[in-house]
Design a protein around this ligand. Structure first.
Ligand code: COA
Length: 297
């Protein structure tokens, strides 16, 4: 699908996207590149990075792939410094790297729980921490009048509770909290905007493949408000909005892009029965309140 934004939306910007070699992260990298940002993508697998960079460059996008694990502080520092050395500065950091699998708490070891928090929560914090000196207003190579942007990819799992996702729910709750704290502190002190995006189920992503086996996805569709899964494009468009000047007053928010799914649960009464049922209940309650049927009043 074509982007509704003008092609030069991010002209002159440099973005670093963790987890940018595949899934939602790759789509964000592609759309940022198509809107004239230079992109560095960080990931653990060299072959995935190489394929992603080749695809980006084939579209004329300035792109580099940097191997690293967000759980390792030295990797975070090296990748950020290499990005700045290569492109001259850093304007946008997207924390997209995440770990996930389905597990019930009784089968999830404390180390399994910790592993996901290490990637999603501590990894996000580490990248933000190491990137601060480049993202802040007046950072090397940057337009002195404005600071940079951090975008944290989150989820909606923890708004209520989600089966077999205790680890990711805890991890993303921490990510949202980091988003708000940094928006407050770094928005005030360094002119850095910090926002998040909480995608719903997005077709063609490792997340959906891992978390929703086919039988479950067809059942889920029945009570999805918009009766469809999202596309990676939907998330990338939200990222473009937040990264552009259109989002210049948006700070500390996590934008839910899920078609309203997190609000939904199965209808407990068919619509046709609601009118009738509510009238009956209303009549009964009036009768019992005054002791005589409503018709006799
Ligand atoms: N069920 C229960 N526990 C699991 C598990 C599963 N499916 N997969 C991993 N674990 C546990 C391991 O048993 C281990 O705990 P233990 O030492 O107590 O046994 C712990 O998690 C770490 O596992 P390990 O395989 O060593 O971690 P890793 O660092 O190699 O991989 C993961 C990290 C597990 C998060 C892996 O799924 C991953 O790399 N994911 C990245 C991609 C991804 O998930 N994308 C989707 C984004 S939504």
């Amino acid at each position: 699908m074509e982007s509704p934004f003008k092609p030069e939306l991010l002209k002159g910007k440099v973005a670093l996207i963790t987890g940018g070699g595949s899934g939602i992260g790759f789509e964000i990298s592609t759309q940022f590149g198509r809107h004239e940002a230079a992109v560095a993508i960080m990931g653990r697998r060299r072959n995935v990075l190489d394929a992603a960079v080749a695809a980006l460059q084939s579209e004329g996008i300035q792109a580099i792939g940097l191997e690293g694990d967000v759980r390792k502080r030295e990797d975070a520092t090296r990748v950020i410094e290499t990005t700045v050395r290569h492109f001259g500065k850093l304007d946008i950091l997207v924390n997209g790297a995440a770990g996930n699998f389905l597990a019930s708490p009784e089968d999830l070891s404390p180390n399994g729980f910790r592993t996901v928090l290490d990637i999603d929560s501590v990894g996000t914090y580490t990248m933000c921490h190491e990137a601060l000196k480049y993202l802040k207003r007046g950072g090397p190579g940057k337009d002195p009048s404005t600071g940079g942007l951090i975008l944290n990819i989150s989820a909606t799992l923890h708004y209520t509770a989600s089966w077999y996702q205790i680890h990711v729910s805890a991890a993303k709750a921490a990510v949202d909290s980091i988003t708000r704290s940094l928006a407050l502190e770094w928005g005030t002190d360094y002119d850095i905007r910090v926002n998040g995006i909480a995608p719903g189920p997005i077709e063609g992503t490792p997340g959906l493949r891992k978390l929703s086996p086919e039988e479950m996805t067809s059942k889920t569709r029945e009570y999805m408000p918009l009766f469809k899964f999202g596309e990676k494009w939907d998330i990338a468009m939200a990222a473009l909005y937040l990264a552009s000047d259109a989002g210049k007053y948006v700070n500390g928010t996590t934008m839910v892009v899920d078609g309203g799914l997190w609000l939904s649960h199965p209808r407990h009464i068919p619509k046709e029965e609601v009118k009738e049922l509510s009238r009956v209940v209303e009549k009964k309650s009036r009768t019992s309140r005054v002791g005589v049927p409503t018709s006799k009043l």
